[in-house]
Ligand binder design. Sequence first.
Ligand code: NAD
Ligand code: UD1
Length: 335
Amino acid sequence: MRVLVTGGSGYIGSHAVVALMEAGHQVVVLDNLENSAGTVVSRIERITGQAPDFIEGDLRDADALEKVFANASFDAVMHFAGLKAVGESVSRPLAYYETNVGGTVRLCQAMERAGVRRLIFSSSATVYGDPARVPIDEDAATGGVTNPYGRSKHMVEQILFDLGRADPRWSIGILRYFNPVGAHESALIGESPRGIPNNLVPYIAQVANGEREQLNVFGDDYPTWDGTGVRDYIHVVDLVAGHLRALEFLEAQPGSHVWNLGRGEGYSVLEMVRAFEEASGRPVPYRVTDRRPGDIAECWADPSKAERELGWRAERDLATMMRDTWRWQHNQRIG
Ligand code: NAD
Ligand code: UD1
């Protein structure tokens, strides 16, 4: 297939581009490089032996989108582009709604005009808010999200469901990611947060690498086995493999579908610290601080729908996730 990948030079998008190219698909990347580096494309080339076509352009620019679709024909779009920092979304809500919601609407309009109606969308487990129970299946209630980032994901899901109901020619796969971590095993691509990392694993990696003094553990009084927050961490390479299976599924069975992409297993913050220490052979000093506002105690997936319908399950274990994160972090520091 010929696939347009928005946000294809970002963390998850770049891994998806590699997986698509390795599976023999033709890829065009659209990214405005707001949160990624232009060098990612050449790193993808080092992994796959071929560079994807790259267009520097903005999702919010209707004319630019029009040109993208006028210049090439596509069978599908994987839509990763967006803003993703929860804290920043609270202080810059309009930017988040403009890019994540407005940008997605523009993209769908351009797709419709071009007659391209197969879309994979990066959603998040955040749409479940504070879940009534774990593991979380796709029928669990959504909404109850406490920040603009999460609300933008929930809004886009509603918009896409409406689009699918209005025109049955659309095939839409909504993928609810749990906590993506890790990096490509080549250590050539991975997550490079700008400034202080918001998420746990990039922060731990920087502490282990001597770039930060210690980890702040946000609360140890949650009703979990060791009092710290529990999440479902999934290797980014497993995550993108789920996208390819979803693409195949949509080709065979049009319509709107939603799948959780997680491992179905939770780890606490302290378990993550210990696993990283083992993988890196470096200490990860920490101190316990107050809870982070908006955090929930535990969140992990019931991934059985994806397993049943897509024939997909995450294969890489915690040690592999930590090893690959460490190799990437270490490689960046020395390279
Ligand atoms: P990322 O920031 O690494 O990648 C997003 C890419 O989109 C970047 O390369 C950025 O330059 C690009 N981009 C941003 N605004 C754009 C615009 N207006 N036009 C064109 N390109 C634009 O983020 P990621 O971690 O790879 O996340 C990809 C998607 O997955 C996002 O939609 C995110 O919300 C979603 N998601 C991520 C996580 C996670 O933990 N990383 C969890 C759940 C969902
Ligand atoms: C966060 C986002 C969520 C987003 C997800 C994946 C918030 C409130 N939620 O969720 O919307 O979908 O990332 O990108 O930001 N922790 C620490 N110290 C740290 C960082 C994190 O103790 O420095 C703890 C957190 O309290 C949590 C766990 O580690 O228990 C995981 O945190 P994080 O990686 O930020 O992911 P989420 O909280 O799941």
